[in-house]
Design a protein. Structure first.
Length: 202
């Protein structure tokens, strides 16, 4: 890591708060904000957290759904144990992951997946859109009717088309950027409410 990055991170209030509160990442504050404003997570929900490592979103989700709910965390990388969270190591989009999920249904599918940053913005933007599409294809299989979908994407000219592909499957589709996202970051979050499995022109 570059020295500038390390200095900026130490100055970052969300990074410092995550360290203070024992959270696994500053990203936890992004989901906490989204949930506070949009009520994405409800007690008793079953949540599928894609791209979960190091576990920041899973911690927030587990607290929100309570003992009657459940959180299943998926990542290609190893995820340290989290009490109360089921961990699955696998790649989103692989038939093996679908098999391991075994036809289970979830009220909420979350994706904070990011591509490996190449430094070429158009490439990174396109790859982030591809990750949202992969997350949504899995959500089409395992998201319950009426369910909620949240996914990170890098802003750019492909987002409008992505909106158009997702919109028929939800009663409402929003874009937002939580305060914990760095100001210079291009990341946005797409929020889908009221999942319609067959899609509809609305």
């Amino acid at each position: 890591m570059g020295r500038r990055f390390l200095v900026e991170r130490r100055r970052d209030p969300y990074y410092r708060a995550a360290q203070r509160d024992g959270l696994r990442s500053r990203a936890a504050f992004k989901l906490a904000h989204l949930n506070e404003i949009y009520a994405i997570l409800e007690p008793g929900d079953r949540v599928l957290d894609l791209g979960a490592a190091p576990g920041g979103w899973s911690v927030i989700a587990l607290e929100a759904v309570g003992p009657r709910g459940s959180v299943t965390a998926v990542d290609e990388r190893s995820l340290e144990p989290l009490e109360g969270v089921e961990r699955l190591r696998g790649r989103v989009g692989s038939p093996e992951l679908e098999r391991r999920l075994g036809g289970r249904q979830f009220e909420v599918v979350l994706s904070d997946m990011s591509p490996r940053i190449s430094g070429a913005y158009s490439t990174d933007h396109a790859r982030s859109v591809e990750l949202v599409e992969a997350a949504f294809e899995l959500a089409r299989i395992c998201l319950r009717p009426g369910g909620r979908f949240v996914a990170k994407v890098f802003d750019g000219d492909l987002v409008k088309g992505l909106d158009g592909r997702l919109a028929p499957y939800f009663e409402e589709l929003r874009r937002t950027k939580p305060p914990a996202s760095r100001e210079r970051s291009s990341e946005l979050y797409l929020l889908g409410f009221g999942f319609r499995p067959g899609g509809s022109p609305g």
